[in-house]
Structure formats: structure tokens, C-alpha cells
Design a protein around this ligand. Sequence first.
Ligand code: MG
Length: 168
Amino acid sequence: MSAEYRIGHGYDLHRLEPCAPHGSGRPFVLGGVSFEHDRGPVAHSDGDVLMHAVTDAILGAIGAPDIGQLFPDTAPENDGRPSRIFLEEAVRRMHAAGWTIGNMDMTVICERPKLGGRKQEVVANLSHILGVPAADLNLKGKTHERVDAVGEGRAIEAHVVVLLVHKK
Ligand code: MG
């Protein structure tokens, strides 16, 4: 890698189902922050859609295998596993390869819960895990205008773009 910068893109979607005992949805967690919601992600891990997209963006930028290759959903040890572990591994690989985060822009799309008042909390948590100032991380929340699975509250998705800067 001879370039000074690398760009990475991450995308993820999880189905949202009623939480136990009414369905198979796990407790709703986004960027490592718990939200009150009657639905939650169906997933092998904890189903943190934002953390998965951030992890894949970083892994993509350094040309590493993706999150599903590193942490297969067929592996029993990944069952219900906090996604923070996946992200920490991506950050470890990023530093080992000589890169640091320039900035990151994230978009989460869901009808509910509303991220509004808690965006700063999510950004603060990611800032802590990534070891970069919150000012270099941006989070946008959008709805899907009540159409399709995301708009009907049956799924949540996240898009992330990250810029990596080579360490001098
Ligand atoms: Mg996922």
C-alpha cells in the first residue's frame, strides 16, 4: 500500500422481529448503545448493524477479509457475541497495517426507534472504541418513508464510509 489515503465502505442490514418472548429478536443495540424497542435484530451475534458496517468499512479500506469471513455466523463462539469484539479486531488490523482513521460518515436507516437524542451517545461510544475524537465521526439517522421492509419496521440498515490516513 503506497497511497497516503484509503477509503472503505461498509453496509449491513438486519431483520427486526419482536423481542422475546414474542419472537426471535435480540435486544436492540446500535453502536454498542442499548435502545428501548419492542423489536430487535435477528442475528447470530448481538446484531449491531452499525458496528458491523463500521467494521466492514475499516476491513474493506485495508483490503482485509470481511466481517463474515473473520467471524462466521456458523461459529458457535460468535453466538450472541458483542460486536465490539469484531470492531476491535478490525481496529487492531488497521493499526498493524499502518493506518489511522481520518474521518468516518455513518447513516442508519430505520423507522423506529428514533436515534435523534441519542446520536451523541452512539458517537461517543464508537469514538472510545476507535480511539478517534468524536468530531471525526458523523452519524445520520434517516427513515425509509414507510415503504419496503425497512420502512415497515421489519429491518434496519447502515451505510458507512471511512477515510484512512497512513501513519507517518
Ligand atoms: Mg450484520
